[in-house]
Design a protein around this ligand. Structure first.
Ligand SMILES: NC(=O)C1=CN([C@@H]2O[C@H](COP(=O)(O)OP(=O)(O)OC[C@H]3O[C@@H](n4cnc5c(N)ncnc54)[C@H](O)[C@@H]3O)[C@@H](O)[C@H]2O)C=CC1
Ligand SMILES: O=CC(=O)O
Length: 317
């Protein structure tokens, strides 16, 4: 049986697949076009897709022999899951193994924005540091402040766990109350309350029809003047242009981005602001996590092609 991998992933996963199947890995640096991917998926029994690959009806129809689409990501908003399911094709993702790495990058953004780490580093490298000054790069305190988490799932909880070490008051909004919220000393609130009361806001919900522009212009206007918003989930959850306007006019203190509304494009002007930190979607980008993700996609494919139900079916979530 044949497995098509649309962009190279770490070797442990590929090696597992090679022990059992004929593996076609795209080895190039540029991204394959959708047309090229559809050509190569024709013969495949399984495909490993990336979060940027548009796995729509057309792509799924091109994979005439497909039994499984194994997304190399926990988010699966790039896939028409309903259509795949209708056609009897499994869809899997890579939960858990990337939770801690993504929570770490969330915290890296919170700290970097609040304490102006990037401009301060640039200042020092440029030889501008003349000695300690009482007013040099004053930032925002984190200890004891309120953190609002939107999406209290695996990553949201890992972000909360870290916040406990910073003595923060934790509030969250979720589709429903998390049964174990007491473990994080976290209080369930409605979205409007969260936006009005939080000093730091972390977005950790999936991108769905319901979360598209969940933070629209009107809701963003509820944020406090000292608020810092961090998005390590998916860009389209926030109206990026509306957020840019707030940041430009200093109506909020800052923002940290790992994801963008029209990735890889970013709203023009964002790159000129000194109150933002912009990362290129590297939430899960650690050597350890990416290896584990590669093994996970391989295990899911082995399950499916050996006639078992794969362990990380997205509709079990
Ligand atoms: N920046 C990066 O590299 C990474 C980004 N992600 C993103 O993070 C997302 C979350 O990942 P996990 O925590 O593993 O998922 P999860 O499914 O464990 O948690 C998501 C939580 O969001 C909640 N939620 C869903 N719809 C909501 C709504 N309308 N309002 C409020 N809450 C809502 C769910 O109930 C759930 O508790 C992924 O879907 C992915 O898009 C994940 C990994 C890395
Ligand atoms: O954005 C990354 C993911 O795994 O989802």
């Amino acid at each position: 049986m044949k497995v098509f991998i649309t962009y190279k992933i770490p070797e442990p996963g590929i090696n597992l697949l090679k022990e059992k199947f004929d593996v076609d890995v795209y080895e190039g640096e540029r991204f394959l076009t959708k047309q090229e991917m559809m050509e190569r998926v024709k013969e495949a029994d399984a495909v490993v897709t990336q979060l940027r690959d548009p796995v729509d009806k057309e792509f799924i129809d091109a994979g005439k022999k497909l039994k499984i689409i194994a997304n190399y990501a926990v988010g699966f908003n790039n896939i028409d899951v309903e259509y795949a399911k209708q056609k009897g094709i499994y869809v899997t993702n890579t939960p858990d193994v990337l939770t801690e790495a993504t929570a770490d990058i969330t915290w890296a953004l919170i700290l970097a924005v609040a304490r102006k780490i990037i401009p301060a580093d640039k200042f020092t490298r440029e030889g501008k540091f003349e000695g300690w000054k009482p007013n040099l790069f004053l930032g925002y305190e984190i200890y004891g402040k309120t953190l609002g988490i939107i999406g209290m799932g695996r990553i949201g909880k890992a972000v909360a766990r870290r916040a406990m070490g910073f003595g923060m008051k934790i509030i969250y909004h979720n589709r429903k109350r998390a049964e174990d919220d007491y473990k994080y000393n976290a209080k369930y609130v409605d979205l409007e309350t969260l936006l009005k009361e939080s000093d730091y806001i972390s977005i950790n919900a999936p991108l769905t029809k319901e979360t598209y522009h969940l933070l629209n212009k009107e809701r963003l206007s509820l944020l406090k003047k000292n608020a810092i918003l961090v998005n390590t989930a998916r860009g389209p959850i926030v109206d990026e242009k509306a957020l840019y306007e707030l940041l430009k006019d200093r109506k909020i203190a800052g923002a940290g981005f790992d994801v963008y509304e029209n990735e890889p494009e970013i709203t023009e002007g964002l790159e000129k602001l000194d109150n933002v930190v912009l990362l290129p979607h590297i939430g899960s980008a650690t050597y350890e996590t990416r290896e584990k993700m590669s093994i996970m996609v391989a295990e899911n494919i082995i399950d499916a092609l050996e006639g078992k139900i794969p362990r990380n079916l997205v509709w079990k979530e």
